[in-house]
Design a protein around this ligand. Structure first.
Ligand code: PAF
Length: 284
């Protein structure tokens, strides 16, 4: 396993891999790796000759300076973890390798970037779309792996990839959860033990709505009300938003018909903001 810090080095490795007709699977991360990332790495390992994982805490996608400062960082521990899963390259550039002086080109995906996380965190998806464009262009992966937990990020990256003509297949892996049901996230590290225990309410609340859907409830307002009520029952939780949206366009919906829908929520515990979602489709 090689750790690459320079963009030029990453460019020349990816050129070499293409010359050798090697397929490349890519897992973009911001480090602080957990089981959720490892699930992506394992899928990537099965999918291609070479696995590249990037570790870069992307300042352009943080609209809150405190959140950026609090974001956990430990590249040494991350590298040790990735070595166990036969990763070939870690791309871990410094900030000035990605955003050198004079950097002034940003990518913005209209429509899917605007609701939910986009509304709550202005500029977030502009930062995500920009870094993903830079990483795809540097690494040129055949496949890139993303987690379903970040459902809106997936929609943004799919749109971005289609619109800019990247030849990278976007592969989405189901959310990995702690035993309590809490979705794995690097931000879970910032919860107190009590908050971490109580945070499973987010999944339970979404689960209650999903059960109602399975029992025939199709009204989005009724389903979101179930989530609101359950979250309110936990004093440590503060609901930021709950939305029922079309799974592909992320447009809000009133009634869940044949197309797959997603119920997505963001909930604060102290100053830690957690997101989670469940898919609602008739086949489940
Ligand atoms: O999901 C993440 O960790 C980040 O948004 C990503 C895709 C690595 C871009 O910085």
């Amino acid at each position: 396993m090689e750790i690459i810090n320079r963009r030029q080095r990453m460019f020349s490795i990816s050129r070499k891999l293409r010359r050798e007709n090697k397929t490349v699977a890519f897992v973009p991360t911001m480090g602080a790796l957990h089981e959720g990332h490892i699930a992506l790495v394992k899928e990537a390992r099965q999918a291609a000759d070479v696995v590249v994982v990037s570790i870069f805490v992307n300042p352009a996608q943080f609209n809150d300076k405190g959140d950026l400062e609090r974001y956990p960082r430990d590249v040494t521990a991350d590298a040790a973890m990735l070595a166990e899963f036969e990763v070939d390259y870690i791309f871990a550039p410094e900030e000035n390798e990605i955003y050198p002086a004079g950097f002034s080109t940003y990518v913005y995906v209209e429509g899917v970037s605007e609701s939910m996380e986009g509304a709550a965190r202005p500029g977030h998806f502009r930062g995500v779309a920009t870094i993903v464009t830079i990483l795809f262009n540097t690494i040129r992966p055949d496949k890139a792996f993303f987690g379903q937990k970040d459902v809106q990020q997936v929609a943004v990256v799919r749109r971005l990839s289609a619109d800019l003509g990247f030849e990278t297949e976007i592969v989405v892996i189901p959310t990995v959860r702690e035993e309590s049901g809490l979705a794995m996230s690097s931000r879970n590290e910032n919860l107190t033990p009590e908050e971490r225990e109580k945070a499973s309410i987010v999944f339970r609340a979404l689960g209650e709505a999903k059960s109602a859907f399975k029992n025939g409830e199709r009204n989005a307002a009724t389903l979101t009300e179930i989530v609101i009520k359950a979250i309110r029952s936990e004093p440590l939780a503060r609901l930021d938003y709950i939305a029922a949206v079309d799974a592909e366009s992320l447009e809000p919906i009133d009634k869940i018909e044949d197309r797959e829908a997603v119920l997505a929520a963001a909930v604060y515990f102290g100053n830690v903001r957690l997101i989670d979602n469940v898919r609602l489709n008739r086949k489940q």
